[in-house]
Ligand binder design. Structure first.
Ligand code: GLC
Length: 673
């Protein structure tokens, strides 16, 4: 059951797709509301758990910390942070009362989840112009399902986008890309895509190509396609200010950039130096920006990643001038405790400064709105611009699209990657814990930079991260300029990497089927144990194992030098210890806690009773995977699976009646249409 409450007048976000009758505000359930401080309060019992909030630091149960919904360009995802790149205002309270709450509000929200006072959940908005939805259901999964119905079907990626993607900031020219592709080929390492970071552009200008580095880009895209490799260019939010640059000139001509109070376009600094931000919240500007992707689509490109769309601001023109002025005052001083820190602060607060987000405006349906009031919509609307344009430009085909900044609603247009993590073991754990929260909020096609973006990866971290990453829909190895190289060619244990990737390609019929079923049923692809074993108190304590779809559980190793781990089994399961697609060992394990060894060259996969895991024979890329030539892992005398299959590229999705029944009985497998 979903109930809707309207507070004041919300700036339309289009996050919700269902029409629901408003309820009386005086009947607002569970919370006490305070119109003066724009807050909601609820007393929690000691045992209550709080789930949700999508892209956020810390564990699956969000209790005990303060989270701020504010899309932030912050590459340091340490546990003391309150915000990351996404703003996902959905929480699920699991205790004596069980319900979900979605706050549709484009400004900043603070979720104090028992941080100030352990027993209090306090949610504070900047004003009370919002719509809130209270969702009740019998189980956590049921609540998520209702919520997801409310916000509409999640984005569906093309099937090839489930293959391995190799990325680096940046491959500087076509030959560097070719080298990656040949290495994979020569070493039988599966690969489906290579990412082009900002240096493929001419001086970081969106929708341009660096001609020296990629002399005949269209031909190069074609050359890669012949080898079943998709090139995925990055698109940044800021448009370089430069006379003669068509995108800049068109934006000026049509008045499509965000403006300052005085009506002049707002100037920010990002990669290309000074830029303007397209007003993604303005319908026509959005249409224009979206259509600009045509430049790359017509060259054969079929996937994009949208970046810096919080939007990230290195500096604003005004702030830069102020800093230059003020900094001179320090030049002849004896910098003491106060003056040294204020000097340091002057430069350190130059980027993503809150004051700059108040200095420019959007035009939404004829109304002028200050950016900070709608801050969390910018990345969403940039991705929507692209998504809507693809519908118009290539209506029959699925295009890969994911974004860094997001808001609920964007999940219908694209996926997300979780931004600039580090090559830290703690970030592998964060990746594991964040995935189910993202799924709750509709972001199913998602993943982290495998191996870590910043910092220097070690081979064991790369192996363990990949051993988890082979279960995430987006499987991309990406790393920052200046860090130790992270391509698989850099490592000694190539056969192990090969086996891990081959396991991924073997698992694809299952991963794709479960992903598609989750999208079409509004369910979750990666789940906390307690969402499947609803009343198992012990399962609710487990934060480092996940259920992947309906048949399996995983227990990744995420600590350096660990050669095994404790695993909790909520029921008897069949352990499949896999070193490769062909090297599998089986063991039936009873319900309870087990210490299991897990070496660097193996993964632990747990098959549930009565369930089936379909496997392919693998392949070097998605084209080579035969989705009809399957083998089956089975646990129990009778087992059952519903298999989703389609062509992976068109939008002819299978209706439920078409899903195949796979039945195991009397030691035989029968596939029924
Ligand atoms: C941002 C992105 C990162 C990218 C870099 C250069 O930091 O998050 O993925 O590599 O910009 O474009």
């Amino acid at each position: 059951m979903i109930r809707k409450y309207v507070f004041g007048k919300m700036i339309e976000t289009e996050a919700v797709v269902l029409q629901i009758q408003d309820e009386q505000l005086s009947q607002f359930p569970f919370f006490s509301t305070d119109e003066k401080s724009f807050s909601l309060k609820l007393e929690m019992s000691d045992k209550d758990k709080v789930y949700g909030l999508g892209e956020a630091v810390r564990g699956i149960n969000k209790r005990g910390w303060l989270y701020k919904s504010k899309c932030s360009d912050d590459p340091s995802h340490t546990e003391d942070k309150n915000s990351l790149y996404g703003a996902h205002n959905f929480i699920l309270l699991d205790g004596e009362v069980k319900f979900g709450l979605f706050i549709d509000y484009p400004g900043m929200i603070t979720f104090d989840v028992g941080y100030s006072s352990y027993r209090e959940l306090k949610i504070t908005l900047e004003d009370f112009n919002c719509e809130m939805y209270v969702i009740e259901g019998e189980s956590k999964l049921q609540i998520v399902k209702e919520f997801r119905r409310l916000i509409g079907t999640s984005y569906i990626a093309p099937r090839w986008a489930f293959g391995y993607g190799q990325s680096r900031w940046s491959y500087m020219n076509a030959d560097e890309v070719r080298a990656v592709v040949s290495f994979h080929k020569e070493n039988q390492l599966p690969l489906d895509s290579v990412y082009l970071d900002i240096d493929y552009m001419e001086r970081y200008k969106d929708f341009t190509i660096n001609q020296d580095a990629f002399p005949d880009f269209q031909e190069f895209v074609h050359e890669m396609k012949e080898q079943n490799i998709h090139l995925i260019p990055i698109i940044d939010a800021g448009v370089k200010i430069e006379d003669g640059y068509d995108i800049y000139e068109e934006g000026i001509r049509h008045d499509y950039f965000c403006k300052k109070e005085n009506g002049e376009p707002f100037v920010a600094g990002v990669w290309p130096g000074r830029v303007h931000f397209p007003d993604m919240l303005h319908k026509d500007a959005r249409k224009w920006f979206g259509r600009s992707y045509h430049f790359l689509l017509e060259k054969g490109i079929d996937g994009f990643w949208n970046d810096m769309n919080e939007p990230a601001i290195f500096y604003s023109e005004e702030r830069l001038q102020q800093v230059f002025l003020q900094i001179q005052n320090y030049s002849n001083q004896n910098l003491d405790i106060q003056s040294f820190f204020s000097f340091k602060n002057l430069v350190e607060t130059i980027n993503n400064n809150p004051e700059d987000y108040k200095a420019f405006f959007h035009e939404m349906n004829g109304e002028r709105i200050r950016h900070d009031q709608v801050h969390n919509l910018y990345g969403y609307m940039m991705t929507r611009a692209a998504g809507e344009a693809f519908l118009e430009l290539q209506p029959e085909k699925r295009i890969l699209l994911f974004s860094r900044a997001s808001y609920i609603g964007m999940h219908r247009y694209g996926g997300i990657w979780t931004g600039d993590n580090m090559s830290w073991w703690s970030h592998l754990k964060l990746n594991i814990q964040m995935m189910p929260s993202l799924n709750m909020c509709g972001f199913l096609y998602s993943g982290a930079d495998i191996g870590g973006f910043g910092g220097n990866v070690t081979e064991d971290l790369m192996l363990r991260w990949l051993a988890f990453g082979i279960f995430t829909p987006l499987l991309r190895n990406h790393s920052a300029m200046g860090t130790r190289k992270q391509e698989l060619s850099e490592f000694e244990k190539l056969p192990v990497f090969r086996n891990l990737l081959q396991i991924r390609y073997g698992l694809l019929p299952y991963i794709y089927s479960e992903y598609m079923k989750s999208v079409l049923n509004h369910e979750m692809y990666m789940l906390p144990l307690s969402f499947v074993y609803e009343h198992d108190e012990r399962a609710a304590q487990v934060e480092d194992q996940l259920m992947i779809g309906e048949s399996i559980m995983i227990a990744p190793v995420y600590e350096q030098n660990a050669r095994g781990r404790y695993v909790y089994l909520p029921e008897t399961m069949k352990l499949i210890r896999m070193k490769s697609l062909l090297d599998k060992q089986y063991q039936v394990l009873e319900q309870g806690v087990h210490y299991l060894e897990c070496e660097l060259d193996e993964i632990l996969l747990f098959l549930r009773p009565g369930k089936i895991l379909p496997l392919s024979k693998g392949g070097m890329n998605m084209e080579e995977v035969d989705f009809n030539d399957l083998s089956f892992e089975v646990f129990g005398d009778r087992a059952y699976y519903k298999l989703y299959q389609d062509d992976g590229i068109s939008k002819l999705y299978q209706a439920k009646e078409e899903w195949k029944n796979i039945v195991y009985e009397n030691a035989v497998i029968i596939t029924e249409k």
